[in-house]
Structures are given as structure tokens and as C-alpha cells.
Design a protein around this ligand. Sequence first.
Ligand code: NAG
Ligand code: NAG
Ligand code: NAG
Ligand code: NAG
Length: 603
Amino acid sequence: MLPLLGFGLLSLVLSSYAASLDVPPAASFWVPSLPDIHQDPLHPLNIYAGHLSSDPHASEANPADVTAHLYFVMVKNRRHADKERVMFWFNGGPGCSSFDGLMMEVGPWRMDGKGGFNVAEGGWEEYTTMVYVDQPAGTGFSYTSTNRYVHTLEEASSQFIEFLRNFYRVFPELKRMDTYLGGESYAGQYIPYFANAVLHSELNIPLMGAAIGNGWIDARRQYPSYLDFAVKVGILEQNSDAWKEAKKRTDECMAEVEAITGMEPISVPSCEGLLLDVTKIRERDGPDGQKMCINIYDVRYDDVQPACGMNWPPDIKPVTDYLDRKDVVNALHAQDHSQSWVECRGRIHQELHERQSNSSITVIPSVLERIPVLIFAGDQDLICNYVGLESMINAMTWNGETGLGKVQTRSWSVAGTPAGTWVTSRNLTYAKIFNASHMAPFNLPHVTHDMILRFMGVNFSAILEGSARIPSSVGSDSKVVYQEASTETAAPVPTGKTPQQDKAMWEAYYNAGSAALVLVIIFLVIGGCLWCRHRRRRNLQLPVNQDEENIPLTMNQEHNESKEFRSRKGKEKATEVDEDEDSPIFNVGDSDDEDTYRDRRRD
Ligand SMILES: *[C@@H]1O[C@H](CO)[C@@H](O)[C@H](O)[C@H]1NC(C)=O
Ligand SMILES: *[C@@H]1O[C@H](CO)[C@@H](O)[C@H](O)[C@H]1NC(C)=O
Ligand SMILES: *[C@@H]1O[C@H](CO)[C@@H](O)[C@H](O)[C@H]1NC(C)=O
Ligand SMILES: *[C@@H]1O[C@H](CO)[C@@H](O)[C@H](O)[C@H]1NC(C)=O
């Protein structure tokens, strides 16, 4: 009965969409299921995915041109907090896919060791609708013709804004939700630019904040920090011979940086080899006669040369295999992207002419005048390490003062364990995360989730389940932890929502009139009944893993990838950029030399 009614409504809505809009209807993005993702059948995730036209000049293009189409995966919030929120997530590179975030970090899944994935607690979709965006075009499942690659951060921003315009035409109900940008590593460049572009656009969306994890923001502070960090974590001993050599290399690099005037560099080619030079002392022979070096994303580990961290985390192999499956590509509505998914596409990095854009450090102060920004840092990361981020914050002038000023840095604990430190000053929050890598949410999902809920100002008194039961505190400010008095007194409304939320929800349904929401209503009705039954059986265990660390560094070696990496990295990068200028036009996607490549400032 119910499904029949649902399909009737669906076709009605579909036909009205086809008549009025040239973006596909929301229902065409709906992902009812994914192969080998073992979901709770009672609480299936609500997923949408696909391509959206994202070329701001598409209307002037020849109809035969392949214009930019960014790709997204949206996972709707599983539970309701005090209000509805949406976050757009970006991994870095440049050229690295946001499937890193989705499949290994802040998303709802973790690999099951059998080629599939289990749904896990700790994902940010618990209370926030998460939209993972593959950008700039050519990254991940996104595509464009090779003569239309993005060359500057300004172009990347226009592409993202055009993506948003079309995204909100498909999902108008998201436009009024509190909106956040989040990401890591090279997204430390994207996010301030994107935030600025959104704030100056006609989109008129409530952008409430931006969060950047181990971001590459300020080359001037980050390059010299390799040496300081290496001393701090005990890789180098001050004044030792190895230290003196590393210092010499650092000074040479800094002379190059200082010679650049008139703009803040995003990167300096002759400094790119510095992080491995500084940590040369960690080079050794491995058990199989392989040469080993430091894992630049987590200094607690080593990796084989020349990968030095590219093989980490071990999830990258199963994720790549999974996304190469035809059934998966079809289920994700990614079939318009003709090639295999690769985590990072070197070509995208080469095409981004960094010398033409100011580093985002010049943009962040104006963003901070308008919205709060969270800088967070796993303390075991070398490549975008916290020492450099702290020196960047100390040197930055924003909202009328330089540095954090007199505010107190407070200790932060999650589930009774020290999680890190926390400090906020004039709209900037800095959170240092203990015992976490470059991909902090990979190591400590519950800690990083607590962090983002705090940053977004989620009213902890208003949340009831899952992470609501994990205690946490910053200084003396303790989270209100939900106590279930007894199953008898459980909230009568199945979704546990407030009347305001219900009102907002129904308003959204009427305004949107999208097929997607019709489906949501049907699922709420069915799901609500099932949920009621399930809730009574629910046991009250704390869903937190006391020991979240579980990072076996498998030494899975991919020789091709490693060789590729060596030829693309370090000081050779600059010359390669120039060689690649005359790329074939009207070639969709990437040439055959496109391949697996992970940039050192990736993710
Ligand atoms: C870069 O930023 C600096 C300082 O904000 C400014 O003086 C300079 O004009 C900018 N350069 C470019 C190319 O945008
Ligand atoms: C901080 O952000 C808010 C918006 O959340 C904004 O109104 C305010 O002007 C910003 N500046 C300062 C100094 O707090
Ligand atoms: C985590 O970090 C803290 C502070 O740096 C340290 O005291 C503690 O031993 C670390 N725990 C583990 C398991 O490494
Ligand atoms: C937080 O939520 C609780 C429970 O819904 C409510 O009583 C309280 O007023 C809320 N606090 C704020 C600051 O909105």
C-alpha cells in the first residue's frame, strides 16, 4: 500500500520538475543502497550522489564542449540536534578526492577487512548533513575537458559557487540550514577562499563557520616548522650533526621564501623536499631489505621509500578497489566519469598555478571578521604540523589584534581521557588533538566529532542518543550528558524532535516539493514505526571505544605508484608544471599518464 502511494507521488513530482528546471530532480540523485556497505536495516543512511554542472561559463560554451561537473555525495543527518546543519567537506591535494573524508575520516563507514564497509558511530553525519565534494573538476569522480582545468584558487572558488547554485536548485530545503565548510590539508587553501566567495556571493546562505584540519595555510611558517617539530617530538636532537644539516637546508629554504615579495607564497618548489631532508635520520633498512623512511602524516610510523606515508592509512587500498567496481560506480551515479577513481590526481595539482594566487593566510583575517573559524591539528602530523600552525596563529593579525592575546588555553577531554587543548579568541578557535595524525578523524572519530559539535555550538541538552552519551569537557565547561531515566519515559515523538523542528521540517517539505522529500516522509513513517520497536530493545552501552587507535601500517607496496610519486615530487615539480602546459584540448578527464599519485599535502 504505502510504496504504491509513494511511487504515485514520486512520478507526479518528477514530471513537474522536468517541466520547470534544467537541473536533474533530487530523486535522480538518491542512492537507495550501496554494494557491501553493511547498514543497519532499521536505520538506513539517506544518501544522494551525482554530478552537477559547475562551470560558471557553461552558458557560453559550445554545446559539444565538456564543461566542469563537480561530483558530490550527500549523507543526511541520522539524528536530530537542536537545529538542522549542513557541512560541505573538502579533501586537499590539490587533486585529492573527498572520498578520503567520506570513507576513512568523518564519514559513516569503516572498512570491514573483506572488501566491504561497516557503518560506524563517530561520523559527522550523526547530527549534520554532510556533503562531500570532489573539486576542482578532474578530482575524484568530477570531470571536465583538459583545457578547462582550474588554474587559480579564484577559479576554484567560482566553480564551487556555481556548484552551490545548482545544488540549491536541486535541494532548496538545505539553503536555509546553518551551513559550514570543513576539510583538511590543502583545503586550508580552498576553505578560506570558498568562505570568502560564499560571503560575497548572491547565494545568501547562512554560512556559520569553517573548520580546517592540519591545513596548509601559511608556507612561510610551515617550512621552518619541520625542524622545530622534529626536535619537539624527538626525531632530531638539537645541535647534533643531523640537526645542523637539517638547519642548513631549512635556512636555504627560508632564504628562498624571504626573496618572494608582493605576495604570500602557497608553496616554494625548492622547499618541497625539506620535510624528508629534515627527517633523513629516520631512513633505515627495513626487514625485507626495503629502505624505510618516516611516515610524513604520522611520525609514530615508518613507511617504505619513497612512499614515506603514501601507503597510509591502510584503508586506501580497499577504498580504491571498492570505488573501481562497476556496480559501486553505478550505485553512486558516477558513471559519467569514464576513468577509474584515484585518490589523488597529479594533473590537477600541476594545473593549479600556485604562483598566481596569494596563499589563504592573506584571506583568513577577512573571513574571521564575518564568521568563526576552527583550526584543528592532530599532533603527530609532520607535513602540516601543529608547531607551524601555532606560529602562524601567533603571527596573524585578525579582528584588531595579533595572535591569540590573553585568552587562556584550556584542557579538553573526551570520554574521561585527555583529548587535547582548546582556545578561542576573536572568532578563531584552535584545537590541538593529542595522539592524532594528519587525518585526525581517522584516528579519533569520537574526539573529532565532539570537537565539531562544540565548534558548531550544538546544544548538548537537546541531543539524546549516540554521541550524546559520551561525556566531554573543555576546562570546567562540561557537556550535559543525556541520561535516560527509563525506557517508559522515553520521548513519545519517534524522531525525538522538538515542535520547532517538526514545524521547520514540514515547512521544508512544502517549500521544496521535491521527490526526495516525499521519499523521506515515506521512510520516516516506516522508519518511525520500526524505530519505536527498536528503541525499546536498545541497550544503553556507551558507544565509545576507549582505545580508538587502531592503525596497523601495512606495507602494501605499489611499485608503479611509488615511482610515479618520486618523479612528480620534490624539486622536479616546478619543471613538470611547465612541460605540461600544452595539454590536449577536448580530451575529457585525464591523459594516460594520469594515475595514482598522492600529494604530500593531500587529503
Ligand atoms: C596578496 O596579498 C597581499 C597582502 O594581503 C597584497 O598586498 C597583494 O597585493 C596580494 N597579491 C595578489 C597577487 O593578489
Ligand atoms: C565574529 O563572527 C560573528 C559572526 O558569528 C560576527 O558577527 C562578528 O563580527 C565577528 N567578529 C568578532 C570580532 O567577533
Ligand atoms: C596521548 O597524548 C598524551 C599527551 O601528549 C600523552 O600523555 C599520552 O601518553 C598519549 N597516549 C597515547 C596512548 O599515546
Ligand atoms: C538547549 O536545549 C534544551 C532542551 O531542549 C533547552 O531547554 C534549552 O533552552 C536549550 N538551550 C539553548 C541555549 O538554546
